[in-house]
Ligand binder design. Structure first.
Ligand SMILES: *[C@@H]1O[C@H](CO)[C@@H](O)[C@H](O)[C@H]1NC(C)=O
Ligand SMILES: *[C@@H]1O[C@H](CO)[C@@H](O)[C@H](O)[C@H]1NC(C)=O
Ligand SMILES: *[C@@H]1O[C@H](CO)[C@@H](O)[C@H](O)[C@H]1NC(C)=O
Length: 333
């Protein structure tokens, strides 16, 4: 009885201590995100002033090269993933797939990009691109990254351009937009023509349900003699880039494709320009911004920590490491 009592009072002391520590952290957090309004005001205050900072560019290339080896590791290749190599899914707690005679032949021989890339544009799909007139700017880049198979039809050309060198394809889009490629595959093949002879970058080995649709996308394009090259994202690389940003205060469960591509570009390109990233409900003229440039859905928060990620991009912009385009492009030049 005596022992029980003692034990219980010890427990409550610990509980009280925990509560105190939590209160302390709440009042004086190690890291607290500025409010959306503060960020927007700062962006407005900064205006269009921007100066390139070669020191910052070199530093980030070095940091990302050291943590994540983007050149050698961003895609699965026959070099970095020989038969027998175990691929640990980065989006699952405990799931792996061993490279075997079925999957090995689907990998490119080695990193196919001709490096270093010079001026790169990373194009997000944010509604802030609507009526931006950024299309010409984007098309002037030497290498254009795009996210999640965005529409590039005529009505968007003036705002988003036409060129693509690498486009990511989320397996969930294959499922939603193309019936998982279990029925007719023609719509998929036809719609992929918008991306010319680009690389199609798929995270086939991140989440278990994404593997089969990604492999089907590979076979569909290959059977149609498409000019595109499918690159499978290397889960080790996705994981190391995620850790890189976690150390810098991005707490999302998973990094968005956008910040992920920006990291890749910082590692591979001489200069990085970023378009279509703006996670806030209103633009700089206080007009509502839709979630994507091609829809009218207003933004929601959830899976990705968008304002947190934006803050990272904004800091890189302020230090001249990359250039973030938020307003209209025609006015800048
Ligand atoms: C250039 O970038 C470095 C590294 O991020 C930073 O320490 C420095 O303050 C930057 N210089 C300017 C003028 O912003
Ligand atoms: C894979 O295929 C090659 C040639 O097709 C064959 O020589 C080899 O034994 C196979 N390996 C396994 C593990 O099945
Ligand atoms: C591949 O590229 C060639 C030359 O640019 C073009 O004529 C052909 O139509 C393309 N094929 C497909 C399937 O897009």
């Amino acid at each position: 009885m005596m022992f029980m009592k003692c034990h219980r009072s010890k427990l409550s002391v610990w509980a009280a201590l925990c509560v105190l520590v939590l209160c302390w952290l709440y009042i004086f957090p190690v890291y607290r995100l500025p409010s959306d309004k503060d960020i927007v005001e700062e962006v407005l205050g900064q205006g269009k002033v921007w100066t390139k900072n070669q020191t910052g560019i070199d530093m980030y290339r070095k940091l990302i090269t050291e943590c994540c080896e983007p050149r050698e590791m961003f895609a699965l290749t026959k070099e970095n993933s020989p038969i027998g190599k175990v691929l640990w899914y980065d989006g699952e707690l405990y799931h792996s797939r061993t490279v075997n005679n079925d999957t090995y032949p689907l990998f490119v021989k080695e990193t196919p990009l001709k490096l270093p890339l010079k001026r790169c544009a990373v194009v997000g799909n944010g509604g802030v691109l609507k009526n931006s007139g950024c299309g010409r700017d984007i098309d002037q880049a030497d290498f254009v990254f795009r996210c999640n198979l965005p529409p590039l039809t005529k009505e968007y050309t003036a705002d988003v351009g036409t060129k693509t060198h690498l486009v990511t394809a989320n397996p969930s889009i294959i499922e939603k937009r193309y019936q998982n490629l279990l029925w007719s595959r023609r719509t998929f093949v036809e719609s992929m023509k918008a991306y010319g002879s680009s690389y199609v970058y798929m995270s086939a080995f991140s989440m278990k349900p994404g593997t089969e649709p990604s492999l089907r996308a590979y076979y569909t394009l290959s059977d149609a003699f498409s000019n595109q090259t499918v690159l499978f994202a290397n889960p080790d690389f996705l994981k190391s880039v995620g850790k890189f940003w976690k150390r810098r205060g991005v707490h999302a469960k998973r990094l968005s494709t956008g910040l992920f591509l920006v990291s890749l570009a910082l590692g591979l390109c001489d200069e990085v320009m970023v378009y279509g990233f703006w996670p806030f409900a209103e633009d700089l003229n206080q007009q509502p911004v839709s979630h994507h440039y091609y829809d009218n859905i207003l933004p929601y928060s959830g899976f990705h920590a968008m304002p947190e990620e934006f803050l990272q991009l904004w800091n890189l912009h302020k230090t001249g490491t990359l250039r973030l385009h938020i307003g209209q492009c025609a006015e800048i030049d």
